[in-house]
Design a protein around this ligand. Structure first.
Ligand code: C5P
Length: 220
């Protein structure tokens, strides 16, 4: 068992900043980092490539079980090919959210995610890291921000990367994706009873990082 290896689980809605915060906490503590959303995005991308429909649960689950995925820094590889740019679009996020609602797909991706738990520790972000994938995580944080703030952050991120973006469309997209993620029966987006709530509206990234590291030190 690898239960002794500490996990910090950061869950929350789209564009809440959890990925940025999780990666910085991992760097600060010298831990590994897992962006679980990228796994769902890559799985949806693999499905599109293979011509598998986004509602064909059995075919998607077998594709997910065989997913050849590798992270290297901020790049993600599918079958040895870099797919980082392709999976970061809003369309890719929407496709990921559709397949993520399917229980067999979620089950098929469990072991892949748990394999990232390696010494000296793991910081991970997603929707169900604390509730389902790593229920024994040392620290669980539910990181959120107002929908307006999140749409603005996503807008800035896309523009900085040289993508086209429309604030109103992003807001609409985020709220629709949150609604689907929260309404699904399987591992819905919600704050776990044992997760600390961190609302980052008006907080700096550094303040959020300090909060998580403090919580980890207090729990260690
Ligand atoms: O976090 P990110 O926006 O990259 O995630 C894309 C989609 O993948 C989410 O909208 C959600 O539906 C799904 N997801 C999930 N469980 C996770 C991580 C992501 O259902 N742990």
């Amino acid at each position: 068992m690898n239960g002794a290896i500490p996990v910090i689980a950061i869950d929350g809605p789209s564009a809440s900043g959890k990925g940025t915060v999780a990666a910085l906490v991992a760097r600060e503590l010298g831990f590994h980092y897992l962006d679980s959303g990228a796994i769902y995005r890559v799985a949806a991308h693999a499905a599109a490539r293979a011509g598998v429909a986004l509602d064909d649960e059995a075919a998607l689950a077998s594709l997910a079980r065989a997913l050849d995925l590798r992270f290297d820094g901020i790049e993600v590889y599918l079958d040895g090919q870099p797919v980082g740019d392709a999976i970061r679009t809003e369309d890719a996020g929407r496709a990921a959210s559709r397949i993520a609602a399917l229980p067999d797909v979620r089950a098929a991706l469990l072991d892949l995610q748990r394999d990232f738990r390696r010494p000296p520790g793991l910081v991970t972000d997603g929707r169900d890291m604390g509730s389902v994938v790593f229920p024994d995580a040392r620290v669980k944080v539910f990181l959120t921000a107002s929908a307006e703030e999140r749409a603005k952050r996503r807008y800035k991120q896309l523009i900085e990367k040289g993508f086209d973006a429309n604030l109103a469309a992003l807001f609409q997209d985020l709220t629709e994706r949150d609604a689907r993620d929260a309404a699904r029966a399987s591992a819905p987006l919600k704050q776990a009873a044992d997760a600390l709530l961190l609302d980052t509206t008006g907080l700096s990234i550094d303040q959020a990082v300090f909060f998580v590291i403090d919580a980890y030190r207090a729990a260690a």
